[in-house]
Design a protein around this ligand. Structure first.
Ligand SMILES: *Cc1c(COP(=O)(O)O)cnc(C)c1O
Length: 395
């Protein structure tokens, strides 16, 4: 989908106009717990419809959540979306929905840290085994890791700290040969990676990132393309009481209207900043999926329609991790903090922040940069100052 097609869609989806009546441009925030029914028959009929986006009880979702779910399903190209309390809850809820005691899960070594922790503690306690795999694994090696009990192959492409782009279609083929589900954390790929065209069964978004876009809301989404998967997912969500607040969902709906133009601008600026860094003598490698140094770049070229604005920078070994931290702390336009996807630029030192057990990440002192809407010259001037601090701290 081109940027202008995306902008056209984002202006329309999830607005829920009332039938022909004069109405405000935007829906209002619908808050509520109890739903009142006009008759016993109406109450009974509704209660049988919990797989549909129907108003039954507030904790099962209301009109504001339903509009956001409708919009995300369009962006991801799926059939149904479920919103949950955070991006992390989207990861854990998807895993809990498709795994059971005695089951086995394959997870990339590059996975988002809190997802790994969930696999290593909660899933283990529930009797689910996790095997980590090299994010750049080939089909034959993945096949060798599959067990009769493998229920889920998890993927995250690119890895949010080390940026390996995964061969998702091939992972999906191997998963399906063994009757397992391919669950993808598609937060980086929002709209530039269309998960269901590449064999993904369950796609996860931290809506906290580009969709909310203003660093002021935490929401997650789980999308499926298949009706049977939807019933499995929705059942788990209702049982666990997973919920996203209508106020936060409304903020994400508002953020979506400008997501296309933000992404278009931010991705262009990020590529400029990444290309500039690549020419710097302090820099060993830039881990930007759209640049050839990034592991799995060939899958990016094959499967993605564009890039977003989060990438990594690895410095030469002569710079210490603490000098890189000094550099991060010295930046002013790039704020120092976790998360990404907002309108503002961010920096995060990432040296050794990801536990690896079966594969090596790009070694060396590293930073993760998120490029926001500030002008590129001011971002470059900020980095220029930061690099001076880096050199000084290492001399
Ligand atoms: C941020 C992030 C999450 C978690 O999202 P929250 O809404 O912050 O819980 C999950 N996966 C990836 C890849 C992320 O970057």
């Amino acid at each position: 989908m081109s940027w202008s097609d995306l902008n056209g869609r984002l202006a329309q989806i999830g607005r829920g106009h009332a039938h022909g009546e004069p109405h405000f441009v935007n829906p209002s925030v619908a808050r509520g717990s109890t739903v009142l029914f006009e008759s016993m028959e109406a109450m009974r009929a509704r209660s049988a419809q919990r797989y549909e986006h129907q108003l039954i009880y507030g904790a099962m979702g209301g009109p504001t959540q339903a509009l956001l779910e409708e919009a995300i399903a369009v962006i991801e190209g799926g059939a149904h979306t479920q919103v949950v309390s955070s991006g992390l809850a989207a990861c854990t809820t998807a895993l809990l929905s498709f795994l059971g005691a005695g089951g086995h899960c394959l997870v990339p070594d590059s996975v988002y840290g809190p997802t790994r922790r969930f696999c290593d503690t909660m899933l283990r306690r529930l009797g689910v085994e996790t095997t980590y795999y090299d994010p750049l694994i080939d089909a034959a090696s993945l096949r060798a890791l599959m067990r009769p009990t493998t229920q889920v192959v998890f993927a995250e492409s690119p890895g949010s700290h080390s940026f390996e782009v995964q061969d998702v279609p091939s992972l999906a083929r191997v998963a399906h040969e063994h009757g397992a589900k391919l669950i993808l954390d598609n937060t980086w790929g929002i709209h530039v990676f269309q998960p269901f065209r590449h064999g993904v069964d369950v796609s996860i978004q931290a809506l906290t990132k580009y969709p909310a876009g203003h660093s002021d809301a935490i929401v997650g989404a789980i999308t499926v393309a298949d009706e049977v998967d939807w019933v499995t997912l929705r059942d788990s969500v209702v049982q666990m009481g997973q919920f996203a607040s209508p106020d936060d969902c409304w903020l994400v709906l508002r953020g979506l209207r400008t997501m296309g133009i933000r992404l278009e601008q931010q991705s262009r600026a990020a590529l400029e900043v990444a290309s500039w860094l690549r020419e710097r003598p302090e820099v060993a490698r830039v881990l930007h999926p759209a640049l050839p140094d990034c592991p799995g770049h060939e899958y990016f070229l094959r499967d993605f329609s564009g890039a977003t604005s989060l990438f990594g920078v690895v410095f030469h070994e002569r710079y210490t991790a603490s000098a890189v931290e000094d550099m991060a702390g010295a930046l002013g336009v790039f704020g120092l903090g976790a998360s990404w996807g907002g309108y503002e630029s961010l920096v995060l030192p990432t040296t050794g922040t990801i536990t690896r057990t079966v594969s090596r990440a790009e070694s060396g002192p590293a930073l993760r940069l998120h490029v926001g809407l500030e002008p590129v010259p001011s971002l470059l001037a900020d980095l220029e100052g930061g690099l001076a601090v880096l050199r000084e701290a290492s001399s």
